[in-house]
Design a protein around this ligand. Structure first.
Ligand SMILES: CC(=O)CC(=O)O
Length: 655
């Protein structure tokens, strides 16, 4: 492992960091002398109650904290702890707390593929929330009701979510590229009362109808009593007329601005329902709490990502991915949201970077896959754009290969905190993140998240360092899910996370804790290849194969073969290049040289498309199922399910 950091924060950066201010506050209020991230992390885990309480004060949570920080029934394990059981808070109230002070300044900037940014000031944002909350009240929405969005990543989506949560209601969303059946799999379970949609959305230069699909959904989910339609065709008019029982969003925003009130709920009351594909059946509906989500995001933004009042935060996401939920909480830190909806390469590769430059983005968030694609196109954002304001670059979604760390520092910006962050839908947040006061080492997420006792367990369930194993979290944390929707005794929820290793959160990532305190990721545990009983993370292979010029993308699986497992690599090749013996030899040589003979694929098979989920994750398990002739779970989560046909009955895999 390369021991030289790729980046070290300057002394000024460390001095100015929120993390430094937090350390000083903790030192003052407690009898400790913390001096760096490592000592802060240790304290935050050893004294996790004191840590979360200090964070509440530091991050400026609005609400009544109550006396108790954590309550655990004497007969219950820590995993059943209730955080802040006496607190009363409201999510929207926290996210709108800067509206008075920031007034005419930008709260949200939206840009689509047509690149004509629209801005919403803090005052306009708060007013729009007030108008929309009135409609929801008129629909009888109150604490605990579900409100849904079938929406692109636009400012109205944030407004609708804030209006719902101002009333203590629960928000759930999918993006409009989901087909009707996929949405029914989700909203059919969570039963929203009101559904927000746009009339259309734009992707890759084309306009797609979403209103017809939304109407179909509203007709088939009995709980939906009101469909609210946001005109999104471009000129403010609707692309189709509405019926009398449908509500035009524009009509809501008229008349005197109503008074906006906030219903404060328990800290552990539900805020969001997110969906995660399981291995069987319909998606899991994971419920996240108001307080846990808010407090943890404040931690991840203010401390780990150094988000400050007036910063401008961009994340390339749809509102069907938890990174949307993560992003919007940045309003609570006084940051402006810079939203984009559409294809990241339409009209050309520069689209997101022009936005970053023109909007003076300070935190740019994206996926590892996007960075890999940029590098393959030899795109050099640092040369093409003025990225002077950019301080933090976040990557998630899949493993950020060590080579991409080099790309970021060489071709995007030398002085940037590169945060490879990981966690996901299950916790609506992260287990590992960045730290503005710590160095970045190649191939490593910088640090484990404060207050979370994140470890790596070997197969004997022992914590290990510099050895591969399973990512686990050994303590309770406020952003643990409240549970699964309709899982009244919590049995499914506990089985999913807490039962594999007794009372320890098992996350399902195959990782290594490094001697620098960072984390290296090798892929998902359930996709591990096991040839001859040797555990190999899939990212170990992608890292080397995807670097080759001839290879555009790849997916690797373990095929059950002659009472063992053999490694099968599917590759998408550059147009005009053949997957001939020479290329196969090159691929194998590359893997053998950098890994071990065990990693070398027994079979290399050409395909023209690699299946991915709608949030860009490789669908390794789906490929494995198809190859073994098994039914594919959660087809509806895939962006390109049709690609799977190419993996079926491949004659190359018969001998
Ligand atoms: C933070 C994450 O882990 C996001 C994801 O990959 O889903």
């Amino acid at each position: 492992m390369d021991q030289q950091p790729l980046w070290r924060p300057s002394a000024k950066r460390v001095a100015d960091a929120n993390m430094t201010e937090f350390i000083q506050a903790v030192n003052q209020q407690n009898d400790v002398k913390l001096k760096d991230y490592a000592s802060l992390y240790q304290w935050s885990v050893a004294e996790s109650d004191a840590f979360w309480a200090a964070l509440w004060d530091f991050s400026g949570v609005i609400g009544d904290r109550g006396d108790r920080i954590r309550y655990t029934d004497a007969n219950s394990p820590a995993k059943n702890s209730q955080w802040f059981p006496d607190a009363k808070i409201n999510f929207a109230e926290n996210l709108l707390q800067w509206a008075d002070e920031m007034g005419p300044q930008d709260a949200i900037v939206f840009s689509g593929e047509l690149e004509t940014p629209r801005t919403l000031s803090w005052t306009m944002l708060r007013n729009q929330v007030a108008y929309v909350a009135e409609l929801l009240k008129a629909q009888g929405i109150e604490e605990g009701d579900v409100v849904a969005g079938y929406l692109p990543n636009i400012s109205e989506t944030v407004v609708a979510m804030l209006a719902a949560t101002s009333l203590g209601a629960i928000w759930t969303s999918t993006s409009p590229d989901f087909g009707v059946e996929s949405v029914l799999d989700r909203f059919g379970q969570t039963e929203p009362k009101v559904l927000f949609t746009t009339d259309c959305y734009h992707y890759n230069g084309k306009t797609h109808d979403s209103l017809s699909k939304a109407r179909d959904i509203a007709a088939r989910v009995n709980s939906i009593q009101q469909l609210v339609v946001i005109p999104f065709a471009g000129d403010g008019s609707l692309s189709q007329p509405l019926s009398n029982d449908e509500q035009n969003w524009r009509d809501l925003l008229e008349g005197d601005v109503p008074t906006l009130t906030f219903t404060r709920t328990d800290f552990n009351a539900p805020l969001y329902i997110l969906y995660s594909s399981g291995t069987t059946g319909k998606p899991k509906c994971i419920v996240h709490s108001v307080g846990g989500t808010l407090l943890n995001h404040l931690k991840e933004h203010q401390l780990h990502s150094d988000v400050k009042v007036g910063d401008r935060l961009f994340y390339f996401t749809t509102c069907g991915w938890m990174m949307w939920n993560w992003m919007v909480t940045a309003l609570a830190s006084g940051a402006t949201l810079v939203l984009f909806d559409g294809s990241p390469s339409c009209p050309d590769t520069g689209v997101l970077w022009r936005l970053a430059e023109s909007q003076k983005v300070t935190l740019f968030g994206t996926s590892a896959k996007y960075l890999e694609a940029l590098e393959k196109q030899n795109y050099v954002p640092g040369k093409e754009h003025n990225l002077e304001k950019l301080r933090t670059l976040c990557s998630t979604g899949s493993v950020l290969a060590p080579e991409q760390f080099d790309y970021v520092y060489r071709d995007i910006k030398q002085d940037v905190q590169l945060s490879s962050i990981a966690g996901g839908t299950d916790i609506c947040g992260c287990f590992v993140l960045g730290s503005p006061i710590s160095p970045v080492y190649k191939g490593q997420a910088q640090v484990r998240g404060l207050g979370m006792d994140v470890n790596v367990f070997n197969s004997a369930g022992q914590p290990v360092v510099e050895e591969k194993g399973e990512l686990v979290c050994c303590n309770s944390f406020p952003n643990q899910p409240v549970g699964f929707w309709h899982d009244h005794d919590g049995a499914r929820y506990h089985k999913a996370y807490w039962d594999k290793i007794h009372d320890v959160w098992f996350h399902g990532d195959y990782v290594e804790l490094t001697s620098q305190g960072g984390m290296t990721f090798f892929g998902r545990s359930d996709a591990i290849l096991n040839p001859g009983g040797v555990r190999i993370g899939t990212a170990e292979i992608y890292r080397h194969v995807n670097q080759l010029e001839e290879i555009l993308d790849s997916v690797v699986i373990g095929q059950e073969w002659q009472n063992d497992v053999r490694v099968v690599l599917f590759v998408k090749i550059l147009p005009g290049v053949d997957l001939d013996d020479q290329l196969e030899t090159l691929v194998r040589k590359e893997i053998r040289t950098h890994c071990t003979p065990r990693h070398v694929p027994a079979k290399i098979v050409g395909v023209t498309d690699i299946p991915r989920t709608k949030s860009g994750k490789l669908a390794e398990l789906a490929v494995r199922d198809v190859v073994h002739g098994r039914e594919v779970a959660q087809l509806s989560a895939l962006d390109n399910p049709e690609s799977l046909a190419q993996y079926k009955n491949r004659p190359e895999l018969d001998d």
